[in-house]
Design a protein around this ligand. Sequence first.
Ligand SMILES: C[S@@+](CC[C@H](N)C(=O)[O-])C[C@H]1O[C@@H](n2cnc3c(N)ncnc32)[C@H](O)[C@@H]1O
Length: 256
Amino acid sequence: MKATKAQEFPGEWPHEFAWLKRLVTNRSIYTQRRTWQRRSETWDADNDSGMNKVAAKAAEVAAVRPGMQCVDLGCGSGRIALMLARRGARVIGVDVSQLMVERMETQARHEGIETVSGMVVAIEHLTLPRGTLDLVVTNYALHHLLDDEKERLVKAAFGWLRPGGQLVVADMMLGRGTAARDRKIIASKVRIMAKKGLPGYWRIMKNAGRLLLRVHERPITPDAWSRLFEKAGFSKIEVIPVVAEAAIVKGTKLAT
Ligand SMILES: C[S@@+](CC[C@H](N)C(=O)[O-])C[C@H]1O[C@@H](n2cnc3c(N)ncnc32)[C@H](O)[C@@H]1O
């Protein structure tokens, strides 16, 4: 059964609370920047195989061709941005953490790649010229955004794309446990973490708190993402499951 919009996607804030929304958004951006500046040194060493698999799949479904103009949102140290650039695309990596962007640019220089550049800006504040991109892609970053920022972003991406352009969102995609798929994912994560003993139990508590309170991590379901794509005007919307918690939602901006 499909989850209802009210359960999975709270929607826009009432107009009279716009100031509060700005405050919450800015607080969220501040927290993300602080967290990821701190994690930038160890991020590459973590080399999460699940995340690599999701990124590789996202690059595959994006069907990149040489010369395509792409943006990678929440690029981190360039996992997807560099993958696309190695296939001949021109890529702008956007991230709120300057240290992450610097790591991506250093790696690009190291490989002699000249078609990757970085922008240090929060996705929530990103503006780009309309109709200039072939691909907007993102891996494991958008679950950090507040829900109405996700909606605003999908609409904005539709505007930045040329006709024929694609939005490819790869991310952890789950709700708060109301659907059977969510419960299955949560149970399998709990089992993996519990095997790690005391540190595992600590992570279970921390992650459960984050998921329930939607602090720091605010994933939504593949269905909720698809609805956002549809509302923004995307066509040929596809959901591609990858690993347990992660999926890819892809949509195309058709020529009008
Ligand atoms: C889990 S990491 C994923 C990084 C990269 N996409 C990858 O596949 O390795 C999340 C990234 O999103 C960035 N991020 C989080 N919130 C952001 C925001 N509001 N605006 C821009 N970047 C953000 C973080 O700085 C971090 O680099």
